[in-house]
Design a protein around this ligand. Structure first.
Ligand code: MOS
Length: 721
């Protein structure tokens, strides 16, 4: 039962915050196991071709070298079933060392294992690989689809509607390859003991990782434990396991000792995914490269069918295979690049029609989801536009290009819609109320830095009144009851119902025993007449102070604790609704024409995201996403060398991400409309929505300031000169 003085919806400080600041939170790479060896991967230096020979003789003679693994000398690995629904999806289906083929630059062709990192690194430089190289195909100018479209959404009669339209807009937008750059780099420590494999990982889905490992290595699920207690973010690159994890497992098995592989930043540009390039022509035709060995679809067509009211619509997407590493979801996959095109084109339409950009969106407002033909479970986008316009001062906007100035700078004001789907999956949670007055909640989901530990504690606190600092949460270990992947902004909405049910069960058990136990102040009472408030058991019609602390009941029974365990899944009724979060970004850019300097100078986002469980971390997610959106609009782009397919800017000096100096004064407002069709708290996820729409808001503001419409991200100085 929710407590009156609940923490829900307030600013809750992360329960793991002190541990993190004090350095007590241990990340995957930080474990040090006895007799541990180090592995360093050797990446291919060609973008396409095959391995002719691997000469490891010199490397083998180096001090401390224990093994050199490659396709010619290792045990074969298997390809996993690759099912997202069954939680067995790898980042890349092809296991390392499968054969002599090279599909992209940086593909692992060998692994050197030594007793120290430095010795492994030194020896890795001395492995001589000879290739039969072909010219790699990495061009994004050449995007000729060979296969039928991977997605086709169509309604109405598009061709005649295009012919008869009063205003026509036929424009093409592109978004570049972007590379995930979480603060914590990828790493694996694999440790076999007898028949058990333990993997210390940095993973957004320990259960999925474990299931994949079982299939790749062909060993039972029960003999694998994946541990990922703290994660320095992932942005999607850690959703699915990548080849280095299997290399560590192979090496550890072969050597009979733990093996650690830490993936350096440069290799994170090749072997752990990226957001693919997109070329999008409105009405919506999408061309998207993927790797030679995976049909990864960055679904840009999905949002097109539901965002605006539109009787005639076509959204069609083609995949083109290229010699680049395998793409993977990156924060807001599909909708983020898609909304750059759609929300920029809405702005172009507004300019053509001489209408306010908000007005164009209101005139095309979708009251229902016209794609799936279902009502929205809860949509307050109109209010998001209105609230944002009011707080930003939108009515002061002079629509004339370049008309608003401040000192030497020209100001531009732009806005864009943002949206992300809401979903819910399966989760199992165990909550224990313990005789020392504390509680414990456990689940094999993980906290990727978004605040999942705190969500667990907040809900247990809400249901029992036990204070936050007396609630211990354990996550990130497949030994615990199975929980969801932290992806698709669905972890919070997924785990909430299971925490509620498990906690309520544990409380019911305490109340049942309170009524059943000789010597209890509630002996022979109807358990239904009892409740727990502030951690105290009492009669419903009397005050909590009249009752006793719950450990008293446990102590009477000589019990160390009582458990509740619950498994929940998405309610079937949810299928009747189209569930999405919505919002609006309002942005100001300042352009100094004298030195061609463009900065984002002010930002406001309004989010209709259901009920926020923790206001503090919610705000953190939205503002963090906007900072990332500034990077997408102005800086981020992975550039490949056409000669060998190497990402040339594979480091923080050359791949530019937003820093503090680029981040303006920012604010965000949450509309408070709980989506009760989704779960009992009405909470949706908000990890991704903040990034969608950002880049178009900035491009629209840039047009307003400069009159230059940039349709190719990122926006560069040379576009504006
Ligand atoms: Mo997110 S791209 O589902 O980590």
């Amino acid at each position: 039962m929710p407590q009156e003085s609940s923490v829900i919806g307030k600013d809750i400080t992360r329960v793991d915050g002190v541990m993190k600041v004090a350095g007590a939170a241990k990340y995957g790479v930080e474990y040090s196991l006895e007799n541990m060896a180090w592995g360093v991967g050797v990446g291919s230096t060609i973008g396409s071709g095959k391995i002719v020979s691997i000469d490891s003789s010199e490397a083998e003679k180096m001090p401390g070298v224990l093994a050199i693994l490659h396709h010619g000398n290792t045990q074969k690995l298997y390809r996993p079933a690759n099912s997202f629904e069954d939680n067995s999806r790898p980042g890349e289906s092809r296991p390392p060392f499968e054969d002599d083929q090279v599909y992209y630059y940086g593909q692992f062709v060998a692994l050197v294992v030594a007793d120290t990192f430095e010795r492994a690194q030194e020896a890795a430089f001395r492995v001589v690989v000879k290739y039969d190289a072909r010219k790699p195909d990495v061009s994004t100018n050449e995007l000729t689809p060979k296969d039928p479209p991977s997605i086709k959404n169509e309604r109405g009669d598009v061709d005649s509607a295009l012919g008869s339209g009063a205003v026509k807009l036929d424009v093409t937008y592109t978004t570049p390859v972007e590379t995930h750059n979480p603060m914590e780099m990828h790493a694996t420590i694999a440790s076999w003991t007898k028949d058990k494999l333990t993997l210390y990982e940095t993973s957004q889905g320990v259960v999925n990782h474990r299931n994949c490992a079982a299939e790749v290595l062909a060993i039972p699920l029960e003999s694998i434990e994946v541990i990922s207690r703290f994660i320095g973010s992932g942005f999607g690159s850690k959703l699915f396991p990548w080849p280095h994890s299997w290399m560590a497992a192979l090496a550890s098995k072969q050597l009979g000792r733990p093996v650690k592989i830490s993936v350096p930043r440069s290799m994170m540009f090749t072997t752990v995914g990226h957001r693919p390039f997109t070329r999008q022509r409105i009405q919506h035709e999408i061309f998207q490269p993927t790797s030679m060995i995976a049909d990864y679809v960055e679904n840009c067509a999905e949002v097109t069918s539901m965002l605006y009211s539109c009787p005639n619509l076509r959204a069609i997407q083609y995949l083109i295979h290229k010699n680049i590493g395998t793409p993977t979801p990156m924060r807001g996959p599909g909708r983020t690049p898609s909304l750059f095109a759609i929300e920029s084109s809405m702005d172009e339409l507004a300019v053509k029609l001489n209408l306010d950009p908000i007005e164009v969106r209101l005139r095309n407002y979708a009251e229902t989801d016209e794609g799936s033909k279902r009502p929205f479970s809860s949509k307050h986008l109109r209010e998001a536009y209105q609230t944002g316009a009011e707080k930003f001062g939108w009515s002061q906007r002079n629509p004339k290009v370049g008309s608003m100035t401040k000192g030497n700078e020209i100001l531009g004001w732009g806005m864009a819609t943002c949206t992300w789907p809401a979903g819910r999956h399966n989760a199992e949670v165990r909550v224990s109320l313990l005789a020392d007055g504390t509680a414990r909640a456990v689940c094999a989901t993980q906290d990727i830095g978004t605040g999942t530990y705190t969500i667990f504690a907040a809900v247990v606190c809400d249901r029992t009144g036990i204070p936050l600092d007396k609630i211990r949460v354990q996550l990130g270990d497949t030994a615990l009851p199975p929980g969801p992947t932290s992806g698709g902004s669905s972890a919070t909405s997924t785990v909430l119902p299971a925490i509620v049910k498990a906690t309520d069960q544990a409380v019911s058990e305490v109340l049942r025993l309170a009524a059943l136990t000789a010597g209890s102040p509630f002996e022979k009472a109807d358990p239904k007449s009892l409740k727990m408030t502030g951690g105290r058991v009492h009669r419903q019609d009397q005050s909590p102070e009249s009752g006793v602390p719950f450990p008293d009941i446990l102590n009477l029974r000589r019990l160390s604790g009582l458990d509740g365990q619950a498994k929940t899944e998405a309610p079937p009724e949810a299928k009747q609704y189209s569930m999405h979060s919505f919002g609006a970004h309002f942005c100001e850019v300042a352009y100094d024409p004298g030195i061609a300097r463009l900065r984002v100078s002010r930002w406001l986002t309004v989010i209709d995201g259901g009920r926020m469980i923790n206001l503090k971390t919610s705000r953190n997610q939205i503002l963090g996403a906007v900072v990332m959106g500034i990077g997408m609009a102005l800086f981020e782009e992975t550039i490949y060398d056409p000669r060998n397919g190497k990402p040339v800017n594979n480091n923080f000096a050359d791949y530019i991400v937003t820093v503090n100096a680029d981040a303006p004064e920012m604010d965000c407002i949450f509309l408070d409309y709980p989506d009760t069709k989704l779960n009992e708290y009405g909470a949706r996820g908000i990890g991704e929505i903040g990034l969608t729409g950002c880049a178009s808001a900035i491009a629209n503001a840039t047009y307003h300031a400069t009159g230059v419409r940039v349709r190719e991200l990122p926006i560069r100085i040379e576009n504006l000169l």
